[in-house]
Design a protein. Sequence first.
Length: 137
Amino acid sequence: MDTHQLWLVLVASLAGSVHCAGMCGVFVAFAVGADKPDTPRRWLLNVSYHLGRLVTYALLGAICGAIGIAIDHGGTLVGLHRFAAIMAGVIIVLFGLVGIARVLGVSVKKSSFPPAVQRAIAWVMRMAMKLEPAPRA
């Protein structure tokens, strides 16, 4: 690894840290910040949070991977594999163009979850708030 690559890793890590503090910090405060800092159970809350995070990421990755494989094989069987690859590329380019447009000040309407999904998320959050800190983490 040359010096140029090390600088790129450093810059990417710093940018990722800002993202993590802004986005993930809320989750950590929600899960672990319930007790006072000097509580003996603090280690349990931290371990519970990180185990929960690990299991969630692994489960979501496995589900998305299985769906992706099923779609890939299904598209190949029906003869849509090339079309699907082209559409995936088009969608990626569109995401990039929308991002550039927003940076340049163009107002691009943001989409949101359907109301039923928003209500489901709110219900899950209410149920989670009723849990003790360790299970909630």
